[in-house]
Structures are given as structure tokens and as C-alpha cells.
Design a protein around this ligand. Structure first.
Ligand code: ADP
Ligand code: MG
Length: 310
């Protein structure tokens, strides 16, 4: 392709909300054999909502939610945001306040004070509330902290996971006290894009830090056969390298901080425009419309631009 053709293609991309960072990236996209999709926020809307809460001790539901929301309030994770949002609604429905104070009330106004807060990427959060250690996250987080998951809790979580819901475990004082179920629906176009890629001879793959059962249920819904779950943030780049081993050209599509090493490792990194700045920086393509159809558009554009010279 001539420099002019590359410029034209870049312009066509830009006018469709696909920002291409350079001619090399544009050229590589035509040869993509695998597209690895992050799950949360990429295949899914990233607008998680709480579907269930279950308390396994005598704590009133409102107190439980306040505790969990307090622990999650400083986290940027979509799951954390969903929990805080839900707890806020629950709180203000429970304790009627007048319209003005409701409008002014900030999260910090009604949540517990939190000490020693830390984010554990791919696992959850940990902090201290009223002198007790509070953990909110997945099984790995509990295992790392020596917390045993009783059978009734495990069964409850498995049932959620089998219906594509992520079960978030909550522990206080080294005991599981409850579970929050969070669902994150697929983007409307996700399944059509997966089919479209297959028609183009491109194999779609899903990678996620989420658990195997939820991951498989979501993959089934979207029509992806090849799933890699319970992958730690650093492991996503490893998955990319695995697919590159035989010389295959690999695209990665992601939105999160935890996707940026994989976006950088991929031959073609595509960041969702609504994603985090770090992901956008690491990528070769930015999909500004947040529409997965643009993954197909980007590959098509590259194929058409470079077809003539082959
Ligand atoms: P993904 O790869 O799907 O974007 P992450 O790597 O961010 O997922 O997280 C993997 C898993 O770790 C989540 O599915 C959840 O179980 C747990 N987790 C991560 N952050 C949090 C959080 N702030 N609160 C609760 N659970 C979390
Ligand atoms: Mg994500």
C-alpha cells in the first residue's frame, strides 16, 4: 500500500471512531488469526449489577451491605462500583431521608471508616473496619488469607456461577459472613461479532480473571469455545504469547489496567475507548464507539488497504 492508501485508511478508521496509531499497526491487523477478548468490560457491558445478596450470619442485610460497600468504596473495579451503588440505594430506601439531604449525601457520609485499605488485583480488596479485618473478593483471596469456605457457602456460589453470575465472598474476622452475586450482561453485538470473526477465518478467544464456571457460562452465551479463566493480570500477556508461539498474529481487545500488559504484548492491541487510560496507552487501536463491531471493521480495513500489493 502506498503512504497515501495508509493515510486514507487511517482517516476512514478515525471517521468511524477507530483510532489507529501508525501504519505498522494498520498493516498487522490484516494477518490477525486470533482475537483474544477480555471478559469484564470488553465482551460484557462492564455495568455490573448486584442480583443477590446472602448473609450467612445474624447480621441484618443493611449492615452487611454497609460493611461490604465500605470495603469497596475506594476500589475502581466495576464489581466494586456495582456493590457500592447497590448498597447506597438499599441504604437510602431503608432509611428515608428528605430529598435535599439525599442529594447531598456522599458515600463517605454513611460508610464506616476504613483502615489499611489495599487492592489485590485479580482477587479483591482487603481492609480493617472497626478493628476487624474485612476481605471482599474471590476464592483465591480467601485461600491466601487462610479462610475456609463452608460447604453451604460454596454450594451457593457454585449455583450463581453456573448461571453466569460472579459470586463475591465477604469475610470478616476470618469467617465468611456473606456473598454478593453480581451479573454483567454481554454487549448486544458481542455474539454477532464472534460469529463474524469466525466467518473471516479468525478464532475468537476469551480471557478473564473471573472464575472458570462463570467464565464458561459467559463464553457459551457469546459463542466462544476457547476460554482461559482465573488468569492473574500478569498472566493475560502470557496467554497472548502462548498463541504467538507458532508465529500466529494475535490481537488482544481489552479495557482494564489489568489488560495493558497483554495489549502491549499482542501484535495488535485494541483498547475499548471507555476503558482506562493505561489500556488506551498500551494499545495500537482505540475503539472510541465501544462497539465490538469495530474489531471486524479494523481487520477489514487493513485487509482492504493491503490486499492489492500481495
Ligand atoms: P477480569 O479479567 O474479568 O476483568 P479481574 O482480573 O479484574 O477480572 O478480577 C478477577 C476476579 O477477582 C473477579 O472476577 C472477582 O472475583 C475478583 N475481584 C477483583 N477485584 C475485585 C473487587 N474490587 N471486589 C471483589 N472482587 C474482586
Ligand atoms: Mg476488563
Amino acid at each position: 500500500a502506498t503512504p497515501t492508501a495508509v493515510m486514507v485508511a487511517t482517516g476512514v478508521g478515525a471517521s468511524n471512531g477507530v483510532l489507529i496509531k501508525g501504519g505498522d499497526a494498520l498493516e498487522r491487523a490484516q494477518k490477525v488469526m486470533y482475537v483474544i477478548f477480555d471478559k469484564t468490560g470488553t465482551l460484557t457491558q462492564g455495568k455490573a449489577t448486584v442480583t443477590t445478596t446472602k448473609v450467612f450470619n445474624e447480621m441484618p442485610r443493611g449492615d452487611f451491605l454497609k460493611l461490604v460497600a465500605s470495603a469497596e468504596a475506594s476500589s475502581e473495579h466495576p464489581l466494586a462500583k456495582a456493590i457500592v451503588e447497590y448498597a447506597r440505594h438499599f441504604h437510602f430506601l431503608d432509611e428515608p431521608v428528605d430529598a435535599t439531604s439525599r442529594k447531598d449525601s456522599t458515600i463517605s457520609g454513611w460508610l464506616y471508616d476504613v483502615d489499611d485499605f489495599s487492592v489485590l488485583p485479580g482477587r479483591g480488596v482487603r481492609c480493617f473496619i472497626r478493628g476487624k479485618q474485612v476481605l471482599v473478593g474471590n476464592r483465591k483471596l480467601m485461600a491466601e488469607n487462610g479462610i475456609i469456605i463452608p460447604d453451604n457457602v460454596e454450594n451457593f456460589v457454585v449455583a450463581l456461577e453456573e448461571s453466569a453470575i460472579t459470586g463475591i465472598l465477604v469475610a470478616s474476622n476470618s469467617e465468611i459472613i456473606g456473598v454478593v452475586g453480581v451479573a454483567d450482561p454481554l454487549k448486544r453485538e458481542a455474539a454477532v461479532v464472534v460469529k463474524g470473526l469466525e466467518k473471516m477465518g479468525v478464532t475468537p478467544v476469551m480471557v478473564t480473571g473471573d472464575n472458570w464456571r462463570t467464565a464458561k457460562a459467559v463464553a457459551k452465551e457469546v459463542g466462544i469455545q476457547d476460554v482461559r479463566a482465573e488468569v492473574m493480570p500478569a498472566g493475560k500477556a502470557e496467554v497472548v504469547r502462548l498463541f504467538q508461539k507458532d508465529g500466529s498474529i494475535v490481537a488482544m481487545v481489552g479495557d482494564g489496567i489489568n489488560d495493558s500488559p497483554a495489549l502491549a504484548a499482542a501484535d495488535v492491541g485494541m483498547a475499548i475507548g471507555a476503558g482506562t487510560d493505561i489500556a488506551i496507552e498500551a494499545a495500537d487501536y482505540v475503539l472510541m464507539r465501544n462497539n465490538l463491531e469495530d474489531v471486524i471493521m479494523a481487520i477489514d480495513l487493513s485487509r482492504k488497504t493491503f490486499a492489492r500489493i500481495r
